[in-house]
Ligand binder design. Sequence first.
Ligand code: ATP
Ligand code: MG
Length: 409
Amino acid sequence: MGAAHVIVLRYHEIALKGRNRPFFVRRLSDNVRRATAGLPVGALARASARLLLPLDDLAAWPETRGRLARVFGLANFSLAHEVALDGEPDAALDRLGAAILVRLSAVSMSSFRVLTKRADKRFPLPSPEVNRRLGRTIQEATRARVDLDHAALTVAVDILPGRAFFALEKVAGAGGLPVGTSGRVLALLSGGIDSPVAAWRMMRRGCAVDFVHFHSAPFHDRTSQEKAQRIAAELVRWEHEAVLHLVAFGEVQRQIVAAIGRPLRVVLYRRMMFRIAEAIARATGAEALVTGESLGQVASQTLPNLAVIEAAATLPVLRPLIGMDKGEISDQAARLGTFETSIIPDQDCCQLFVPPHPATRAHPEDVEAAERRVDVPALVALGVAATERVRLRDGEDAAAPAARSVVGR
Ligand code: ATP
Ligand code: MG
């Protein structure tokens, strides 16, 4: 008769319509399985616009709920309990009521309602009648008020042939699209507040996101790298696994500084970052770069500068925060749990050897003339060669950096 407890996972059918739907649902199913690996769950099954995941041990529900809440593509989900509905309908309903009361004994609520869906029309009692009868049972036992419009708790009942499911809680899903359905991107992760939010937003749009962080070793300490690792470890909980590329950028910067005057340095650093990131992206199958830039937030984020910096890359540069302001971004970072790490002071690589007032309007001709004084391909190769790869997996400490100079996934 199936499991006694089953998690009902719902996705937005509309969002997943069309030819791609089987692909989306398959990916969503894979992601649900990966997110719940190691938990006492049974085989995942499909039903119309929902997935069913048996839960073998109720004690694992809080952990399971936490993990499922980070699976993109789910609209909402609930834990449903099964009751056999065989035999005489009145007695069957009494058994259902008793089973509901057992689960409600651990819950305190001011008001409630019962919402029944009768998929099996052969069950002789219509839904409103089931609502009324169960409502009366619950009210007598709990003394809670019935409130059809603003109930503190909804008892959702599904009547199927020979059995019923009831659920007491509907958990909001993460929304968006299943990770992996929109391809892979490489997010430039600074250790600041914005870039983690940008990376997360692309995950939510279905991208598998890898990370690249530039640091100024040996001229700076390791703080920014450690922050980037912590933030990436937090973010990977939403996509299961990823790679963080740590680029030792100090030597590239030193060579730029040796050849080029001050006002343009930040713009040139950025262009080199984009080129190195692009080389890593191409070697790892990423189809776009992602940054946390937001228009006008700082000197390097004026339209002319964004244009000059972007011109160094040929892959698309996605900037999901471009129209958001700092307050909105910070709120989202706080909800994500990256804010606290992001505000730890560090030494930002872009502040190495730069003037307090960088150019806000870099002219392409000046930038190109300046770059003719360095060997750009050699610097890109230098940066790529100075890259460490850190493998990240949800629930694991960041693995020790893999061999240097290996770019790959
Ligand atoms: P953030 O809060 O993400 O650091 P920011 O407001 O400090 O952004 P900038 O310093 O101009 O803005 O950086 C803009 C974007 O460039 C960042 O969001 C990030 O995507 C990328 N970036 C900047 N510094 C680094 C770095 N050291 N490593 C990787 N990416 C970086
Ligand atoms: Mg920053």
